[in-house]
Design a protein around this ligand. Structure first.
Ligand code: NOJ
Ligand code: CA
Length: 523
């Protein structure tokens, strides 16, 4: 399988539809609003957007609890609005990727409601029901709510019953093997939902919880026998889709490229705060407990200069070897699930992080608002978001009313108060985060050696970190010094592409505090 050619050099952008732009003035973001902002995205240099779920939903988990895959929730508009968005984005050369949440539905989905019936029907096996209220399965069976005897398996929240893709090794009569033909109707149902959107012109999907379909498998088990059920399932899905549709992108929310790409056929997968090697580099989310020994400020991108990029460089090298040309990895600047990347960081540090994210060997992926450095709001929770809600606040277009997000008297999620963190102010400042990101995107697009396929070689992993990207013709060298200690290096410079807090005199490169330099080595 060959990945569609456009993917490796595309700049992706994630939009949380509730909070991008309110097109009809009711205080909540919508599809018309997103469409209205196509000019901003085009100007930024975006090639593809991913929208979080826009389907009908009770929003117990921000739309990741779908009650109808073939209807648009009224808070976002109509199916016509989506069609129009796709058309306008395509006219502007921007692809549109939707979120497919297939691990579970909402408990309000009609499939689930029908499956709760005592009488067997078409939907009885769509979900995983045990045979009796006295069964147990890792504490995840929700029991006693319906007439049907037995419990249903939940996936994430109790309101999200798991769809039935079977088990790795069934050991109870109610557990089906993953390749059981009784599960075919559900698989066909999913394909038809995807065909509906692909026929409409959608350019691909991001698959929620992609590593949690078949039960009894552990998402990060990369042993030979690990995830064989998930691999069977995804290969079947992609076998069909890739035959019927060309040029699409299929993105995994799996966080384990060795499984998602090498075994299952996705185009790319994310490294997020669930990837310790990446977390150690960019984030300082002590509250996730993923790297409990990491003190705030000990990560690589901090002024203290205590971290190292070594683990990450080795990790990425090893991943690309395992992936073996079948796809890519991507470290997005953030997501609707993570603490805002700029939180606890200076603007210069954040720009240094962007210099890294947009030049290292990965698919560039920007989470809306990170390009202006929106910081986390720790005081909000809505739609089942808890602490995650703080990363989902409205985009800050201006410094005025509702940050230019909505004409309504109030907004569904509160806007942040930080003055000057807005598109309006940052467009006027040559060195703003926004203008730096724009320049970095331009460089990435001008030089193919920076795409997700070309060679990468780390020369140093401390302060500075130094790596080269090359396509055999052009070689670009990147220096990063997030620390507050200045450092000097010798370097043959052909052309300076972009610097921050750095000076170059002849062959000598001075990297001051929180600096970077991107240099073309050859003519
Ligand atoms: C991952 C999504 O990104 C997250 O927001 C959601 O809560 C879970 N999957 C469950 O669908
Ligand atoms: Ca609206």
């Amino acid at each position: 399988m060959k990945n569609a050619n456009w993917i490796k050099s595309a700049i992706f952008y994630q939009i949380y539809p509730v909070s991008f732009f309110d097109g009809n003035g009711d205080g909540i973001g919508d599809l018309k609003g997103i469409t209205a902002k196509v000019g901003y995205l085009k100007d930024l240099g975006i090639d593809a957007v991913w929208l979080n779920p826009v389907y009908k939903s009770p929003f117990k988990d921000a739309g990741y609890d779908v009650s109808d895959y073939l209807a648009i929730d009224k808070r976002f508009g109509t199916m016509e609005d989506l069609k129009n968005l796709i058309e306008v984005f395509h006219e502007n050369g921007i692809k549109v990727v939707l979120d497919m949440v297939f691990g579970h539905t909402s408990n309000k989905h009609k499939w689930f409601i029908k499956s709760t019936s005592k009488k067997r029907n078409k939907y009885s096996d769509y979900y995983i029901w045990s045979d009796s209220n006295f069964d147990e399965y890792n504490g995840k069976l929700i029991k006693g709510l319906y007439y049907r005897d037995g419990g249903y398996l939940m996936n994430y929240y109790a309101s999200q019953p798991a769809l039935n893709y079977g088990f790795h090794a069934p050991d109870k009569p109610w557990q089906l093997k993953y390749d059981d033909a009784r599960l075919d109707p559900l698989r066909e149902e999913l394909l038809n939902i995807m065909r509906f959107y692909l026929d409409m012109g959608v350019d691909g999907f991001r698959f929620d919880l992609a590593g949690h379909m078949v039960k009894g498998e552990v998402w990060d088990d990369v042993s030979e026998n690990g995830n064989t059920g998930n691999a069977w399932f995804w290969n079947k899905i992609f076998g069909t889709l890739r035959k019927e549709y060309k040029n699409k992108v299929y993105i995994a929310e799996w966080v384990c490229p060795k499984n998602s790409i090498a075994k299952c056929g996705f185009d790319f997968d994310f490294l997020t705060h669930d990837t310790p090697a990446y977390n150690e580099l960019v984030r300082n989310e002590k509250n996730t407990n993923l790297v409990p020994e990491l003190e705030l400020g000990d990560n690589y991108f901090s002024e203290n200069g205590k971290g190292t990029m070594k683990n990450f460089a080795d990790y990425v090298d090893d991943l690309y070897k395992a992936i073996d040309g079948k796809g890519y990895i991507s470290s997005p600047s953030g997501s609707h699930d993570e603490i805002r990347i700029g939180t606890f960081k200076s603007d210069d540090l954040l720009k240094t992080i962007f210099a890294f994210l947009l030049t290292y060997k990965n698919i560039a992926f920007i989470y809306y608002g990170d390009e202006i450095g929106i910081r986390h709001n720790f005081n909000v929770s809505r739609d089942g978001g808890s602490i995650r809600t703080g990363t989902r606040t409205p985009m800050q277009w201006t410094n005025g009313k509702n940050r230019g997000f909505s004409q309504h008297r109030g907004t569904y999620l509160p806007t942040n108060k930080d003055k000057n963190c807005s598109v309006e102010s940052q467009l006027k400042d040559e060195n703003s985060i926004l203008n730096t990101v724009k320049k970095l995107i331009k460089i990435r697009k001008k030089y193919p050696c920076l795409n997700a396929e070309c060679n990468q070689r780390f020369l140093e992993t401390g302060y500075p970190a130094v790596y080269e990207r090359s396509d055999g013709k052009t070689t670009i060298r990147v220096y990063l010094n997030p620390s507050n200690k200045p450092v000097e290096r010798k370097c043959e410079v052909n052309e300076i592409l972009l610097t921050q807090n750095a000076e170059i005199n002849g062959n000598t490169l001075l990297l001051k505090a929180q600096s970077f330099a991107i240099i073309k080595l050859n003519a």
